[in-house]
Design a protein. Structure first.
Length: 245
């Protein structure tokens, strides 16, 4: 007896449902980004570096980005926990989609959220400096560094994806803890970060002094790809083990 395979269209449909659910779970980020953009517009309108209003708005803007960063990490962690291990897990796993589709949908949504926040940050820089640096000066700067920027874009994307999957992996590692889960998760997050910084420092010291810039970029690409694959593999294995129980 052959089991009918689920059509690709159905897989895509269910993956989009997960994306929609992830977006609704993270809608608090939309509110914060809207507030940040409103502050950016006020700074752009009142762009007088010597006024007290300007400095107050800049202070509020920094605080808003700080809150947005914390909210982003917590939103990603909580959404992943609830969707894979928590109260919404039965709905997620009831869909005929693979673990890869579930994780991929969550990565996609939070990568898009990061791009939105990053765009708000870029506009914040422009709004805060438009009274000092002209648009022409900015364009000249970008033209001079365009080649370098293009080479950094893949590294930037890899770093963002690695950070998102790292958050998911930490959640997967601590999901069985029923008490002090957030506290243990924070300790695990920063503990692994410190170990990675030590590892990065050791590897950096092993490099020769006369190494070329392109070689450094290539090694950074490989380093981030290896970490991304490692975090994804650990996260995937924990979810698969959980479903097998």
């Amino acid at each position: 007896m052959q089991i009918a395979k689920t059509p690709l269209k159905t897989h895509i449909s269910h993956a989009l449902k997960i994306c929609k659910h992830e977006f609704l779970m993270s809608r608090i980020l939309l509110i914060i980004v809207c507030i940040i953009m409103a502050i950016n517009l006020l700074i752009f309108i009142n762009n007088d570096p010597h006024s007290a209003t300007f400095f107050i708005l800049i202070g509020i803007q920094y605080f808003a980005f700080f809150i947005c960063s914390i909210t982003y990490v917590l939103s990603a962690a909580i959404s992943f926990y609830q969707g894979v291990f928590g109260k919404h897990a039965y709905l997620t796993h009831a869909l005929p989609v693979s673990i890869e589709s579930i994780i991929g949908a969550k990565i996609l949504i939070y990568f898009l959220w990061f791009l939105v926040i990053f765009a708000a940050f870029v506009f914040a820089l422009y709004a805060g400096t438009s009274g000092i640096s002209s648009i022409q000066e900015l364009l000249v700067f970008f033209k001079k560094t365009l080649d370098f920027i293009w080479r950094l874009i893949p590294l930037f994307i890899l770093s963002v994806l690695q950070e998102i999957v790292f958050i998911f992996m930490v959640v997967a590692l601590v999901h069985r803890k029923k008490t002090y889960t957030l506290f243990i998760g924070i300790l695990t997050y920063f503990g692994i970060k410190v170990l990675l910084l030590i590892l990065f420092g050791i590897l950096s010291n092993l490099l020769p002094d006369n190494i070329e810039e392109n070689t450094i970029l290539l090694l950074l690409y490989l380093y981030n790809i290896l970490l991304l694959c490692l975090f994804y593999f650990i996260c995937h294995r924990i979810i698969k083990y959980k479903l097998a129980l």
